[in-house]
Design a protein around this ligand. Sequence first.
Ligand code: PMP
Length: 454
Amino acid sequence: MTLNPNSIEARDVAYHLHSYTNARRHEEIGPIVIESGEGMYVTDTDGKRYVEAMAGLWSVAVGFGEKRLVAAAARQMEKLNYYHTFTHKSHVPAIELAEKLIAMAPVKMSKVYFTNSGSEANDTMIKLVRYRSNALGQPEKKKIISRIKGYHGVTLASASLTGLPNNHRAFDLPMEGILHTTCPHYWREGRDGESEEAFASRCAADLEAMIQAEGPETIAAFIGEPVMGAGGVIVPPKTYWQKIQAVLKKYDILLVADEVICGFGRTGRAFGCETYGIEPDIMTVSKALSSSYLPISALLINDRVYQPVADQSSEIGTFGHGYTASGHPVAAAVALENLAIIEEKRLIEHAAEIAPYFQEQLASLGEHPLVGEVRGVGLIAAVELVTDKQAKVAMQPPGSMAGAAFAMVQKNGVISRAIGDALAFCPPLIVQRNDVDTIVEATRAGLDELQASL
Ligand code: PMP
């Protein structure tokens, strides 16, 4: 395809290096340029409208084009466009948002620390955990255990937490002191005749063996998403979190819940921790916190973390960390209004109510010859594609099936996301039954087309 040299697409190719994009292929095909959004829909510069079944990047909870968030941003910009929170300064939006998050937290939390992205939140978590161990006089207690296929971001440290080869391979990662334990994907990792509970026990035993091998006194924290998102929407097997938490308690290891996707309603409760009975010491949140209208993220920490950090002995020095835009007043004001909308429109309750329909309709794709597994919880799901249901194998090269299916579904007017050999779905929380029908029909048609092409 040759692009008109003056077109917006050609200018994108000329000047813009994209994330997670094959650059040479991009030079050939150019971008889809999204120009506007409203509710469940986005529209590109050719006027084609799509159902945004991924809520952008798992994030636009209240839907696109919400005027109340525009007004909240404008009001705050008029009043105080910027201020920081270093060296005893503060501002009202950051204070109110911190108070709100502590009130919403599913377990007793002590303080909120603001950052600007999920990666920054998790990167900051590592620094807080290290600082705490030093403050406690346990300098050997620094290692952090994450999971294979976990996704925690892309900065050097948060990409190290991420358990995906593509985020490590060409970046000389993971960095030292970050370990990855078993991925809790029962369909893929469970053995013949092994029950879900037995598989969960094996995951916990693997974790314990790793702790033992490394030396329990060297392990500071464990991080996990209540439901893994970018690793392929992996829903934990029954009893998994309860068993993992028992191991962490036994060895005095902090539990960090990465709620960047699950937070604010995605699993049908306010937090994934509530859905799975997780009691974290630290939670990281972003995405639906502001519905991604502006970048903002946060860490919620309990007293176990806060108190040693607060002591700040002269040996350790003050917590030498912070971003220019930490708790940015405009982003914080937008987040507060976004949380107010989620509450007033009862979007978490709505997510819980519509989730069974969403999951059942997607599950009906399980009968399709190209579908190996449909998995999900609340309003997040994935459809795993295979060419052989029994052997659970997909077309070579890996990812080619989902890539092809993704393109066909998108042509049918629905934006999903290809992850490995799966198609992921994570619609705005405002999704209605007719939207679910559109998403499932477009996907079924895409899969039929893919099958016909094989
Ligand atoms: N944690 C999780 C669970 C995520 O899904 C993501 C982003 N998809 C991140 C962290 C990183 O967030 P960001 O892209 O804002 O840095």
